[in-house]
Design a protein around this ligand. Structure first.
Ligand SMILES: Cc1ncc(COP(=O)(O)O)c(C=O)c1O
Length: 274
Protein backbone atom coordinates (compact mmCIF):
# COMPACT_ATOMS: atom_id res chain seq x y z
CA UNK A 1 0.00 0.00 0.00
CA UNK A 2 2.85 2.44 0.90
CA UNK A 3 2.64 5.93 2.29
CA UNK A 4 -0.06 8.47 1.62
CA UNK A 5 1.37 11.98 1.61
CA UNK A 6 -0.60 15.18 2.17
CA UNK A 7 0.75 17.81 -0.18
CA UNK A 8 0.42 21.50 0.68
CA UNK A 9 1.58 23.19 -2.53
CA UNK A 10 2.52 22.68 -6.16
CA UNK A 11 6.20 23.01 -5.24
CA UNK A 12 5.82 20.23 -2.67
CA UNK A 13 4.29 18.08 -5.37
CA UNK A 14 7.27 18.66 -7.65
CA UNK A 15 9.73 17.90 -4.82
CA UNK A 16 7.88 14.72 -3.93
CA UNK A 17 8.01 13.53 -7.52
CA UNK A 18 11.80 14.04 -7.54
CA UNK A 19 12.15 11.28 -4.94
CA UNK A 20 11.18 8.78 -7.60
CA UNK A 21 9.21 6.66 -5.11
CA UNK A 22 5.65 5.67 -6.02
CA UNK A 23 3.36 7.42 -3.60
CA UNK A 24 -0.31 8.11 -3.03
CA UNK A 25 -1.10 11.78 -2.62
CA UNK A 26 -3.93 13.86 -1.18
CA UNK A 27 -3.83 17.55 -1.98
CA UNK A 28 -4.53 19.85 0.95
CA UNK A 29 -6.95 22.46 -0.31
CA UNK A 30 -7.81 25.83 1.18
CA UNK A 31 -11.32 26.11 -0.19
CA UNK A 32 -13.06 29.36 -0.98
CA UNK A 33 -15.83 28.55 1.50
CA UNK A 34 -16.59 25.66 3.79
CA UNK A 35 -14.34 26.71 6.65
CA UNK A 36 -15.40 26.71 10.26
CA UNK A 37 -15.66 29.63 12.67
CA UNK A 38 -13.09 29.92 15.44
CA UNK A 39 -10.01 31.83 16.53
CA UNK A 40 -7.69 29.37 14.80
CA UNK A 41 -9.17 29.04 11.32
CA UNK A 42 -6.88 27.39 8.81
CA UNK A 43 -9.09 27.15 5.75
CA UNK A 44 -11.70 29.33 4.07
CA UNK A 45 -9.53 32.35 4.96
CA UNK A 46 -6.06 33.60 3.98
CA UNK A 47 -3.56 31.31 5.74
CA UNK A 48 -0.39 29.56 4.53
CA UNK A 49 -2.18 26.22 4.66
CA UNK A 50 -3.12 24.25 1.60
CA UNK A 51 -3.45 25.02 -2.07
CA UNK A 52 -5.74 27.90 -2.95
CA UNK A 53 -8.84 26.43 -4.54
CA UNK A 54 -8.31 28.52 -7.69
CA UNK A 55 -4.96 26.76 -8.22
CA UNK A 56 -6.33 23.29 -7.71
CA UNK A 57 -7.02 22.50 -11.41
CA UNK A 58 -3.39 23.30 -12.25
CA UNK A 59 -2.12 21.17 -9.35
CA UNK A 60 -4.30 18.22 -10.40
CA UNK A 61 -3.12 18.60 -14.00
CA UNK A 62 0.51 18.61 -12.84
CA UNK A 63 -0.03 15.51 -10.67
CA UNK A 64 -1.34 13.68 -13.73
CA UNK A 65 2.01 14.24 -15.47
CA UNK A 66 4.11 12.86 -12.58
CA UNK A 67 4.53 9.10 -13.05
CA UNK A 68 5.26 8.30 -9.37
CA UNK A 69 2.35 10.30 -8.01
CA UNK A 70 -1.08 8.74 -7.65
CA UNK A 71 -3.63 11.36 -6.63
CA UNK A 72 -6.33 9.78 -4.46
CA UNK A 73 -8.12 12.67 -2.81
CA UNK A 74 -8.11 15.79 -0.69
CA UNK A 75 -7.13 16.98 2.75
CA UNK A 76 -9.32 19.71 4.23
CA UNK A 77 -8.29 20.32 7.87
CA UNK A 78 -9.91 23.66 8.68
CA UNK A 79 -9.86 24.72 12.32
CA UNK A 80 -8.64 24.04 15.84
CA UNK A 81 -10.70 23.60 19.00
CA UNK A 82 -14.19 23.90 17.55
CA UNK A 83 -16.88 23.32 20.17
CA UNK A 84 -19.83 23.70 17.80
CA UNK A 85 -20.38 20.05 16.90
CA UNK A 86 -23.42 20.75 14.68
CA UNK A 87 -21.34 23.18 12.62
CA UNK A 88 -18.56 20.59 12.49
CA UNK A 89 -20.94 17.92 11.21
CA UNK A 90 -22.11 20.34 8.50
CA UNK A 91 -18.47 21.03 7.64
CA UNK A 92 -17.72 17.30 7.27
CA UNK A 93 -20.81 16.86 5.13
CA UNK A 94 -19.84 19.83 2.95
CA UNK A 95 -16.25 18.63 2.69
CA UNK A 96 -17.33 15.23 1.42
CA UNK A 97 -19.82 16.70 -1.07
CA UNK A 98 -17.23 19.21 -2.31
CA UNK A 99 -14.62 16.44 -2.69
CA UNK A 100 -16.95 14.20 -4.68
CA UNK A 101 -18.00 17.06 -6.98
CA UNK A 102 -14.46 18.43 -7.41
CA UNK A 103 -12.96 15.00 -8.09
CA UNK A 104 -15.61 14.36 -10.74
CA UNK A 105 -14.97 17.76 -12.34
CA UNK A 106 -11.16 17.43 -12.38
CA UNK A 107 -10.97 13.71 -13.14
CA UNK A 108 -9.53 12.57 -9.80
CA UNK A 109 -10.31 8.93 -8.91
CA UNK A 110 -11.47 9.79 -5.39
CA UNK A 111 -10.87 7.24 -2.64
CA UNK A 112 -9.73 9.45 0.26
CA UNK A 113 -11.14 12.52 2.02
CA UNK A 114 -9.35 13.78 5.12
CA UNK A 115 -11.37 16.31 7.10
CA UNK A 116 -8.62 16.87 9.66
CA UNK A 117 -9.10 17.43 13.36
CA UNK A 118 -10.43 20.39 15.29
CA UNK A 119 -12.82 18.66 17.71
CA UNK A 120 -12.96 20.99 20.67
CA UNK A 121 -12.20 20.64 24.36
CA UNK A 122 -14.06 22.94 26.75
CA UNK A 123 -11.37 23.99 29.22
CA UNK A 124 -13.55 26.39 31.17
CA UNK A 125 -16.98 24.74 31.08
CA UNK A 126 -18.74 21.42 30.60
CA UNK A 127 -19.49 21.33 26.90
CA UNK A 128 -18.80 17.96 25.35
CA UNK A 129 -18.06 17.64 21.66
CA UNK A 130 -20.16 14.90 20.04
CA UNK A 131 -20.29 14.79 16.28
CA UNK A 132 -23.83 14.18 14.92
CA UNK A 133 -22.74 12.56 11.66
CA UNK A 134 -25.02 10.94 9.10
CA UNK A 135 -24.95 7.13 9.11
CA UNK A 136 -22.99 7.03 5.84
CA UNK A 137 -21.05 10.26 5.66
CA UNK A 138 -18.99 9.26 2.61
CA UNK A 139 -19.94 7.34 -0.55
CA UNK A 140 -18.90 3.70 -0.96
CA UNK A 141 -15.24 3.41 -1.92
CA UNK A 142 -14.26 6.71 -0.32
CA UNK A 143 -12.35 6.53 2.94
CA UNK A 144 -13.31 9.38 5.29
CA UNK A 145 -10.42 10.19 7.62
CA UNK A 146 -10.29 12.32 10.78
CA UNK A 147 -6.97 13.27 12.36
CA UNK A 148 -7.76 14.35 15.88
CA UNK A 149 -5.14 15.90 18.12
CA UNK A 150 -6.48 17.87 21.08
CA UNK A 151 -9.62 15.77 21.53
CA UNK A 152 -7.58 12.59 22.01
CA UNK A 153 -4.61 13.98 23.92
CA UNK A 154 -5.84 16.83 26.15
CA UNK A 155 -7.38 14.66 28.85
CA UNK A 156 -4.28 12.47 29.06
CA UNK A 157 -2.04 15.12 30.63
CA UNK A 158 -1.88 17.19 33.83
CA UNK A 159 0.47 20.03 34.63
CA UNK A 160 1.43 20.43 38.28
CA UNK A 161 3.34 23.38 39.75
CA UNK A 162 4.30 24.27 43.33
CA UNK A 163 3.16 27.58 44.83
CA UNK A 164 6.34 29.55 45.59
CA UNK A 165 4.75 32.67 46.97
CA UNK A 166 1.41 34.29 47.73
CA UNK A 167 1.23 38.05 47.24
CA UNK A 168 -1.38 40.76 47.27
CA UNK A 169 -0.58 43.50 44.76
CA UNK A 170 -2.93 46.39 43.96
CA UNK A 171 -5.71 44.49 45.68
CA UNK A 172 -5.27 41.21 43.73
CA UNK A 173 -3.98 37.92 45.08
CA UNK A 174 -1.28 36.14 43.10
CA UNK A 175 -0.04 32.60 43.54
CA UNK A 176 3.45 32.62 42.04
CA UNK A 177 4.35 29.21 40.69
CA UNK A 178 7.52 27.23 40.22
CA UNK A 179 6.54 27.01 36.55
CA UNK A 180 4.34 28.97 34.17
CA UNK A 181 3.82 29.62 30.50
CA UNK A 182 7.31 28.32 29.59
CA UNK A 183 5.89 24.91 30.56
CA UNK A 184 2.20 25.37 29.80
CA UNK A 185 1.57 28.20 27.38
CA UNK A 186 -1.86 27.12 26.19
CA UNK A 187 -4.04 29.46 28.29
CA UNK A 188 -1.86 32.49 27.52
CA UNK A 189 -1.73 31.61 23.83
CA UNK A 190 -5.48 31.16 23.57
CA UNK A 191 -6.43 33.93 25.99
CA UNK A 192 -8.48 32.02 28.52
CA UNK A 193 -8.19 31.16 32.19
CA UNK A 194 -7.26 27.51 32.80
CA UNK A 195 -8.88 26.08 35.96
CA UNK A 196 -6.75 24.33 38.57
CA UNK A 197 -7.24 22.05 41.55
CA UNK A 198 -5.33 22.65 44.77
CA UNK A 199 -3.30 19.68 45.93
CA UNK A 200 -2.58 20.35 49.61
CA UNK A 201 0.98 19.59 50.76
CA UNK A 202 1.29 19.27 54.54
CA UNK A 203 5.03 19.72 55.02
CA UNK A 204 6.47 23.17 55.73
CA UNK A 205 10.21 23.31 56.41
CA UNK A 206 10.71 27.00 57.31
CA UNK A 207 11.06 28.57 60.78
CA UNK A 208 8.43 31.25 60.01
CA UNK A 209 4.65 31.12 59.48
CA UNK A 210 3.38 29.58 56.30
CA UNK A 211 1.65 32.15 54.04
CA UNK A 212 -1.97 31.09 53.59
CA UNK A 213 -5.09 32.57 51.99
CA UNK A 214 -8.65 31.42 52.52
CA UNK A 215 -11.83 32.16 50.57
CA UNK A 216 -10.24 34.54 48.08
CA UNK A 217 -9.78 34.72 44.33
CA UNK A 218 -6.22 34.22 43.11
CA UNK A 219 -4.38 34.55 39.82
CA UNK A 220 -1.99 31.68 39.11
CA UNK A 221 1.11 33.41 37.73
CA UNK A 222 4.35 31.91 36.51
CA UNK A 223 7.97 32.70 37.37
CA UNK A 224 8.84 34.58 34.17
CA UNK A 225 9.60 38.30 33.95
CA UNK A 226 6.46 39.14 32.00
CA UNK A 227 2.95 40.06 33.17
CA UNK A 228 1.65 37.69 30.48
CA UNK A 229 2.94 34.71 32.41
CA UNK A 230 -0.48 33.89 33.83
CA UNK A 231 -2.32 30.57 33.63
CA UNK A 232 -5.48 31.40 35.57
CA UNK A 233 -7.26 34.60 36.51
CA UNK A 234 -9.43 35.03 39.56
CA UNK A 235 -10.11 31.45 40.63
CA UNK A 236 -11.63 31.18 44.10
CA UNK A 237 -9.78 28.94 46.54
CA UNK A 238 -11.07 27.68 49.89
CA UNK A 239 -7.51 27.55 51.19
CA UNK A 240 -4.16 27.89 49.50
CA UNK A 241 -0.74 27.83 51.12
CA UNK A 242 2.76 28.40 49.84
CA UNK A 243 4.11 24.91 49.20
CA UNK A 244 0.77 23.53 47.98
CA UNK A 245 0.64 22.32 44.38
CA UNK A 246 -1.73 23.55 41.68
CA UNK A 247 -2.81 20.87 39.23
CA UNK A 248 -4.04 21.92 35.80
CA UNK A 249 -6.06 19.21 34.05
CA UNK A 250 -6.66 18.72 30.32
CA UNK A 251 -3.02 19.71 29.70
CA UNK A 252 -2.06 16.84 27.40
CA UNK A 253 -2.44 18.73 24.10
CA UNK A 254 -0.72 21.94 23.02
CA UNK A 255 0.73 22.32 26.53
CA UNK A 256 4.43 21.61 26.84
CA UNK A 257 4.78 21.26 23.07
CA UNK A 258 3.79 24.84 22.20
CA UNK A 259 5.63 26.48 25.11
CA UNK A 260 8.79 28.60 25.01
CA UNK A 261 10.85 26.26 27.22
CA UNK A 262 14.06 28.27 27.32
CA UNK A 263 12.59 31.62 28.37
CA UNK A 264 14.82 32.55 31.39
CA UNK A 265 16.33 29.05 31.26
CA UNK A 266 14.33 27.72 34.19
CA UNK A 267 14.47 23.95 34.66
CA UNK A 268 12.11 21.88 32.56
CA UNK A 269 9.36 20.09 34.44
CA UNK A 270 9.70 16.44 35.29
CA UNK A 271 7.59 14.27 32.99
CA UNK A 272 5.92 11.29 34.61
CA UNK A 273 4.24 8.66 32.45
CA UNK A 274 1.53 6.82 34.39
C1 LIG B 1 -3.13 19.20 9.43
C2 LIG B 1 -3.57 19.00 10.83
N1 LIG B 1 -4.37 17.98 11.12
C3 LIG B 1 -4.81 17.76 12.39
C4 LIG B 1 -4.43 18.60 13.42
C5 LIG B 1 -4.96 18.32 14.80
O1 LIG B 1 -5.86 19.30 15.14
P1 LIG B 1 -6.68 19.26 16.50
O2 LIG B 1 -5.71 19.13 17.62
O3 LIG B 1 -7.38 20.58 16.49
O4 LIG B 1 -7.62 18.10 16.45
C6 LIG B 1 -3.60 19.69 13.15
C7 LIG B 1 -3.21 20.62 14.21
O5 LIG B 1 -2.69 21.68 13.99
C8 LIG B 1 -3.16 19.89 11.82
O6 LIG B 1 -2.36 20.93 11.51
Amino acid sequence: MGALIHVESVLELRRLALLGTPVRVALRVNRAGGGLPGTHQMAGVATPFGIDETELPAAVALAATLPTVRLVGFHLHAVSNNLDSAAHAAFVDGAVRWSVATAARLGVPLSYVNVGGGFGVDYVGNRVFELPLRARPAPAGVQLVFELGRYLAAGAGWYAAEVLDLKRVHGRWFAVLRGGTHHFRLPAAWGYSHPFTVLPVSSWAYPFPRPTVEGVEVDAAGELCTPRDVLTRGQRVDRLRVGDVLVFGAAGAYGWDISHHEFLRHPHPQTLVL
